[in-house]
Design a protein around this ligand. Sequence first.
Ligand code: C2O
Ligand code: CU
Length: 508
Amino acid sequence: MTRKLEKFVDMLPKMSVATPLKKDNHTAYYEVTMEEFTQKLHRDLEETKLWGYNRQFPGPLFDVKQGEPVDVKWINQLPDNHFLPVDHSIFHDGHDAEVRTVTHLHGMETEPDSDGYPEAWFTKDFQHVGPFFKREIYHYPNHQRGATLWYHDHAMGMTRLNVYAGLVGMYILRDKREESLKLPKGEYEIPLILLDRSFHDDGSLLYPNQPDNASENLPNPSIVPFFQGDTLLVNGKVWPYLEVEPRLYRFRLLNASNGRSYQLYLDSGQSFFQIGTDGGLLRKPVKLDRFTLEPAERADLLIDFSNYAGEEIILKNDLGPNPDPEDETFDVMKFKVSLPLSEEGTNNIPKRLSYIPSLKGNRITAHRNLKLTGTTDEYGRPLPLLNGKKWADPVTEKPGLGTTEIWSFINIMGFTHPIHLHLIQFQILDRRPFDLAHYNETGEIKYTGPARPPELNERGYKDTVAAHSGEVTRVIVRFAPYSGQYVWHCHVLEHEDYDMMRPYLIID
Ligand code: C2O
Ligand code: CU
């Protein structure tokens, strides 16, 4: 347990919006620099050393329109050595000392050379780029439907550390349909990036190494199987508060934590509406009292404070029936309904939101059974894998361009894994429980109940799906509009780095 920090003493920061350096025809050109800097994360905490985009944590907010492409030059100006415990000896390619980065825009439909392939990393010195590095300026077409996307580091083998150091940001893509709905906007539309971190007494970030009893010659000791920070942050502040008017607000939530999942509700007991998910608006608003947000998932919410003037409402995180009494992460942030009601704004909750054609009618060209399994490495450390394969094994998933497949994630581990596919927004078909003990004995799937349809708030486009332990989670995916090599992986970053990530190839 690191030091305890008082809750709700800092205001929720407003993220600054990224501004393009120039605009040609329709393409806006941005430059974003990754640098080391310090930032105040809590009133009582010394400034914390971080890595961020444009010296901000989280990075600048992209706010862009459908049909207006964006070019970004991601520039690595990070120091030569990581301030977190990375062991460069795992890299056998002669670039030991330089810090690698590559940026992935999560949820964006783009060509492989702008996707942030983990091995397309580059260092501060562009001469030393890796073999997969194809272009310096990434191109984002923005032709897909409006959605809350996000960008983060994706460098091979050190994503967990680069992201933990601060390399995350949000990217909002808007379309005409959404605009016509007259949802709350401007100061009534607020991004909320949920993160967890732990701190040393001096304010620096704490990320664990292997336990002391681990073998002394352990390579890459910062490969831990799982990590959760003991302190929650929103938009880069520890347990912040936000002053709101007694009216309807729109909040775009993103779980950008390495491994923590949240079970969110409001302590006022009020319900709220989810209007969007990873891939944009749902068909219609879904009324909720609580919901789960796994790493990398997004939830677009409408919360109505109209009846709560003068009150304080805490966004809570349910820790389950027997939480550790030391665990302070049951609070996320506080809303103070203390501002006078202004004239502008809207309290309109639309009945219908968007049109989402079901993929179920498509001809299915392949069904793939993909096991989420684990083994141990030669040092006895857990090594979670996708279908028993490591990153470096040859590509096994090769869908054809424009074809539709059903992928079944068979989770035989005792843990929920949020599975993410690059490039595409898919749909969840169902989840079906099976007998885990029976599977472990016989290797056979014996179902113990019927298939459950996805939750109401999952019935839109998704790019990340919670695959629960002892269940087969099926998604239907149309592989388009580009061909080439992408990746799919668990979005628990400690799993992704070691070694729950696989390349996949869309064949033209
Ligand atoms: Cu959000 Cu491959 O990642
Ligand atoms: Cu995982």
